[in-house]
Write a protein that binds this ligand. Structure first.
Ligand code: FEO
Ligand code: CA
Ligand code: CA
Ligand code: CA
Length: 638
């Protein structure tokens, strides 16, 4: 199996063999949810009556005002008329650290030390942080999800060396860069006092109930309070106090030594043969030698992008999971609620409610806010209601007798705890987004083709397709406020071909068809932006043939209209959507252009699919951040 295949199939691995009952009731996706209770407050958000599911005429400020682009299989980024894109931050470009700004070598010949000063590989989630009060100067914090080692080194994977492991470990993690809008064009500020990279050598503190836990202690860290590095960082969130949240998703692929896994390691998807070969030259990632290192990933990490000297923290109170990302709402009385999910077939959706209120003054007064609170996992019932089930030690089955010595063990084994509580096993929860007007939470469920397989769970109300190759989007509203213990839910859309004969299976949506929703974000005016991630084995084939390359669409959730905004280069995934506060710039990431289902040991093979964005005959495709603006400077999407 190729590295590409491994990445894409990984999340579809069925690690969850617990015996939770499935609901076995098919929902009525056209059902309208009845508005109940008060509306919660999002920091800085606007409030309006709940519009979801209502085909209300017009979308007000959120209406779609651009010309849809057609599907495309071209190796090009295609935008509506009147829009322009600039490539800003490619893999290998210097981030602007004062320590050095080595240029990218197009044969991938940069050393590990140089890579640590450059943007990493395969950008994913991203957030914009204004400097000052405008939308023309700010920071971008960016996740670098994984490496394609075939592309990362001049000669690909063979021979596999310690230096290649070091370079891969310098190409993952996070980047912070500074950028400024001048004359209608964004430019990186380099050097910048804000510029930062985290690599697998960067210390991260451990906060919350797993800090210092015996299961977190290693030979190199006998206190269990400091981990070197974050990796597998997929989606991201921004806190009201100005920090960056990043989810450690498919961390299990980085560990080797899984030939005789424990039950716990099996539940967490440890594979027999490591898919990334770090363990061959870095024993930290060999679970036979350092089994607890495996527990030190799978967390949401928090970083203060404004302070490059700050130590980022793994927030264990939010639970360990293959977190796609983390998204924050604020209760009416000022507590933080962090929603998250894990992108793996038959895994769960979570929320954390902070014990304390957010304090004014930015990151420092809130340095331990996410270390104290209550973690819940979601159950979606067949009548359109749902419950948030507390993952609290000593409550229900979460006792020492069932293998949970304390709250630290509950959060380290969040999956097993959720199994015992009977939470709903979902079709791969990817991104979430919180509607600033209504307080509804939306979540993409990208696909799951195993639900109907022999011996599997079968459908339930929230996951109603047995062979869900196209994915869907669920949304809910917590009763009362964001800390509500119950909820009402329905589907925005079951994705697929607009021409399909069962229009009721498409929720309340009309307009352009898409598949495999992944990235999701509301813009400042309340339009919902949906990124697609059809994997390389399905892209442009079979039932996906008419959909073209992966794309970004905008949805007016008031009218139910979806319109295709852009199509990406060949073999890429669109991700990372982030807006300036004025809505006039949309930043996206083009991830893994040239991705194929085939073997990527040959560094030149991806170039046959895509050579974006440099189109150098001797270069290779590069993931990159792109800034998109209207040529007339207007609001994107309007
Ligand atoms: Fe990294 Fe679930 O996408
Ligand atoms: Ca991705
Ligand atoms: Ca994703
Ligand atoms: Ca995906």
């Amino acid at each position: 199996m190729s590295r590409a295949d491994r990445h894409f199939s990984a999340s579809a691995d069925d690690h969850n063999r617990s015996a939770n009952l499935s609901i076995h009731e098919v929902s009525d996706p056209a059902r309208r949810i009845v508005l109940r209770g008060g509306l919660g407050a999002l920091a800085g958000g606007l409030f309006a009556p709940w519009l979801a599911g209502c085909a209300s005429p017009g979308g007000g400020a959120a209406a779609l005002g651009f010309t849809a682009v057609p599907p495309s299989t071209a190796d090009a980024l295609r935008l509506p008329p009147g829009y322009a894109a600039e490539v800003l931050a490619r893999w290998g470009d210097p981030v602007g650290l004062a320590a050095g700004m080595p240029s990218f070598r197009e044969d991938a010949g940069n050393s590990a030390a140089e890579q640590a000063l450059q943007f990493g590989m395969h950008h994913d989630g991203m957030q914009f942080y204004p400097l000052g009060d405008g939308s023309d100067h700010g920071l971008l914090a960016i996740n670098h999800e994984y490496t394609d080692d075939g592309l990362l080194h001049p000669d690909g994977l063979a021979p596999w060396t310690a230096d290649k492991v070091k370079k891969a470990q310098a190409a993952v993690g996070l980047s912070v860069c500074e950028l400024r809008l001048q004359g209608g064009r964004w430019q990186l500020v380099r050097p910048s006092r804000y510029a930062r990279r985290t690599t697998m050598a960067t210390p991260f503190a451990i906060g919350g109930p797993a800090a210092g836990h015996p299961l977190m202690r290693t030979a190199a860290d006998p206190q269990g309070r400091t981990v070197l590095g974050t990796m597998a960082n997929c989606a991201s969130g921004r806190t009201p106090w100005g920090t960056y949240l990043s989810g450690e998703e498919n961390f299990h692929f980085l560990f080797g030594g899984g030939d005789n896994p424990t039950a716990d390691q099996r539940r967490w998807g440890l594979v027999r043969t490591a898919w990334y070969r770090w363990a061959e030259h870095d024993e930290r990632f060999d679970v036979r030698r350092h089994p607890n290192e495996f527990h030190r990933f799978g967390w949401v990490v928090e970083l203060d992008p404004m302070d490059p000297t700050s130590t980022p923290v793994k927030r264990t109170a939010l639970g360990r999971a293959m977190h796609e990302g983390a998204w924050v709402a604020v209760t009416r009385d000022g507590r933080a609620v962090v929603y998250s999910g894990e992108d793996a077939a038959f895994e769960y959706l979570y929320k954390f409610v902070s014990r304390d209120r957010i304090r004014p003054g930015g990151a420092k007064p809130n340095a331990d806010l996410l270390d104290h609170g209550t973690l819940y996992v979601a159950r979606f019932d067949g009548d359109g209601s749902g419950r948030w089930l507390p993952l609290v030690h000593g409550q229900g089955p979460l006792t020492a007798a069932n293998g949970f010595a304390d709250q630290g063990e509950v959060v380290i084994k969040t999956r097993q705890a959720s199994d015992l509580l009977g939470a709903t096993k979902m079709d791969r929860p990817e991104w979430l987004a919180i509607d600033p007007r209504s307080g509804e939470v939306y979540c993409t469920l990208t696909n799951n083709d195993r639900r109907g397989a022999p011996g599997q769970l079968g459908v339930d109300a929230a996951n109603p397709r047995a062979n869900n190759t196209m994915g869907h989007v669920i949304r809910w509203k917590d009763d009362g406020d964001f800390d509500g213990r119950s909820l009402r839910w329905n589907h925005l859309v079951l994705a697929g071909d607009a021409q399909q004969p069962r229009p009721e299976a498409r929720g309340n949506i009309k307009g352009d068809a898409f598949a495999c929703p992944d990235g999701l974000a509301f813009d400042p005016a309340g339009r919902l932006w949906i990124c697609t991630d059809v994997g390389p084995r399905a892209l442009n084939q079979g039932e996906m043939a008419a959909l073209g390359n992966n794309q970004l669409l905008a949805c007016d959730v008031a009218s139910g209209e979806v319109r295709r905004f852009l199509t990406g280069p060949a073999g890429c995934e669109i991700t990372g959507p982030a807006f300036t506060p004025d809505g006039r710039t949309l930043f996206i990431n083009i991830q893994h252009p040239g991705e194929t289902a085939g073997e990527r040991n040959d560094p030149l093979q991806p170039r046959r699919v895509s050579n974006w964005p440099d189109f150098s005959p001797t270069g290779r495709p590069r993931s990159a951040t792109v800034a998109i603006r209207r040529r007339d400077g207007g609001v994107v999407g309007s």
